[in-house]
Write a protein that binds this ligand. Structure first.
Ligand SMILES: [Fe+2]
Length: 158
């Protein structure tokens, strides 16, 4: 397997950090909205997040699928891991990709709820919307933490 120059991997990791910051900022905004439910909800912010959320997630998933994960596979292929079978070696990538699919499904529901909040036409209770938003951003933060851990492991071993 051809090796990957270290500076190329560093560049990819820097891009990942930027993508990660954008998603964490999104999580913080969604948390602010969730915290405001039942009180004074910023409807303009709900509309803004509804329009941004899927674009942010699409950008992140596209970068990770097309650039980050292949680079990680390549970088980890350079390690002396002959004793590990391929399915175990890259199993975490399968998990991360599966979590992306889960996020896409949930993101659609979150956008719908945000649009309803923006229009003041919510069909479900504030508690239910809060539960939905928290399920999304808590899961996304956990996913990003796992990705960060995988990257740290991969880059300290090459
Ligand atoms: Fe991801």
């Amino acid at each position: 397997m051809p090796s990957m120059p270290e500076n190329e991997l560093t560049h990819i990791l820097t891009r990942f950090e930027r993508v990660c910051v954008v998603q964490l900022n999104l999580c913080k905004e969604l948390e602010n909205i969730a915290d405001s439910l039942g009180g004074q909800v910023d409807r303009h912010q709900c509309a803004l997040m509804a329009s941004e959320l899927e674009r942010v997630m699409d950008n992140a998933h596209d970068f990770e699928k097309k650039t980050l994960f292949p680079a990680l596979k390549q970088a980890m292929g350079m390690q002396d891991v002959a004793q590990i079978n391929p399915s175990e070696k890259f199993g975490f990538l399968t998990q991360l990709e599966s979590e992306h699919e889960d996020d896409v499904g949930l993101a659609g529901e979150v956008v719908e709820a945000l649009n309803q909040l923006a229009d003041d036409s919510a069909k479900i209770s504030p508690d239910a919307i809060g539960y939905l938003l928290r399920g999304f951003f808590v899961g996304l933060r956990r996913h990003l933490a796992l990705e960060g851990q995988v990257l740290r492991n991969a880059t300290t071993k090459i």
